[in-house]
Design a binder for this molecule. Structure first.
Ligand SMILES: [Fe+2]
Ligand SMILES: [Fe+2]
Length: 362
């Protein structure tokens, strides 16, 4: 109950908001209670950054190889189709794959923006409303950053229909925890692993920098989802938890089996069936896809969704080994890497200034 000194009982009005969805919640208890969430909120306020200022947008990007990643990571690398491609066709494929991937990040970030604003409305306590409000701003900045990066790439793709389906089911569910589970744990967990691949393997400074900065914020978002759901899920019945596990298992299967960049093969006039078959069956490609689950699996375990059905689904997908990942260490690393990039840039700028002044004086 609120410790505010209300002159008359705070619920005196008996007001219930008549919204169409029935999910918008006011709280009259303005006392903050959960230190962990409030600390994340304070951190969120302090760590806002400006994509226009923090990132050097003059950094170059090669249209034939925007990400400058490893060709081995291209889904059809090693296939007959790849073998027949000349340099021009390979360059075009790299461009389209980068545009496709960053477009999905862009649309996913908009999904996160909308989900975070929904959480502000429907989460019952003030701590979570405060925190989610900082996330709304974070996600808006991520949309802006990826939008600018796509302008730099010069090509974009519409939302992938599997991402659309997952967003659709997350956003039409009125239970607040489903928004967290779908967005903060599943979609963001998968995105974080994909971002991690770019941050590690990309040689393009602009792509790496944008990704490292976004990851720094995402580490906070996932911590929030974890903290909120960890408090909530033990209070649910076994049946209710099972329902969540079922949803998570299905979403994971869908993300693994159906995010196959089919739109790219179609657009480039490649043999869609042959490409899809290769990507689905290739051992190295299925290993790359498994890595996408390295964040999701330990988080689900951590929040208490770890029943036999979900464990069985992960066994079958070959990703159960990620359950022991030290999440706190991985997240701390995400925060550190972005700070290191900032430090490097500071040193570079300082060097340029020193060079400039020594040239002036000579
Ligand atoms: Fe984001
Ligand atoms: Fe996020």
């Amino acid at each position: 109950m609120s410790t505010k000194n209300f002159a008359i009982p705070v619920d005196k009005t008996g007001w219930k908001l008549q919204d169409n969805s029935g999910t918008v919640r006011f709280t009259w208890d303005y006392d903050t209670q959960r230190d962990r969430l409030i600390n994340l909120y304070e951190k969120g306020k302090r760590r806002q950054w400006d994509a226009k200022k923090r990132i050097d947008w003059s950094l170059p990007m090669d249209p034939n190889n925007p990400v400058e990643g490893l060709d081995e990571m291209i889904p059809i690398y090693g296939s007959e189709i790849w073998g027949k491609m000349d340099d021009k066709a390979k360059g075009e494929l790299r461009l389209h794959l980068a545009a496709w991937q960053f477009s999905q990040f862009l649309h996913g970030e908009q999904g996160a923006l909308i989900c975070a604003s929904k959480i502000v409305q429907n989460v019952p306590d003030i701590d979570s409303k405060y925190y989610a409000a900082t996330q709304v701003m974070d996600e808006a900045r991520h949309v802006e950053a990826y939008s600018m990066l796509l302008d730099k790439i010069g090509l974009a793709y519409p939302i992938n229909y599997n991402l659309r389906d997952i967003l659709d089911s997350v956003l039409t569910d009125s239970r607040w925890d489903m928004t967290y589970l779908g967005m903060q744990v599943l979609i963001e967990g998968l995105a974080l692993a994909a971002f991690g691949g770019i941050r590690t393997f990309s040689q393009n400074e602009l792509a790496r920098t944008v990704t490292a900065y976004v990851m720094q914020d995402e580490a906070r978002h996932v911590s929030f989802g974890r903290a909120a759901l960890k408090d909530y899920y033990p209070n649910l019945s076994a049946k209710e938890r099972e329902e969540r596990e079922e949803f998570a298992a299905e979403a994971c299967r869908m993300m693994r089996d159906r995010f196959l960049a089919i739109e790219v093969w179609e657009t480039l006039g490649l043999d869609v069936e042959a490409c899809t078959k290769y990507v689905t069956e290739s051992e190295s490609q299925s290993q790359f896809r498994s890595f996408l689950f390295m964040r999701i699996v330990p988080i689900l375990r951590d929040i208490g969704l770890w029943g036999p059905r979900l464990r069985d689904a992960f066994e079958k997908m070959g990703v159960i080994g990620f359950a022991d990942t030290d999440l706190d260490a991985v997240m701390a690393e995400d925060e550190k890497i972005a700070d290191e990039i900032d430090e490097l840039r500071r040193q570079e700028v300082a060097q340029i200034v020193t060079l400039g002044s020594s040239e002036e004086s000579s």
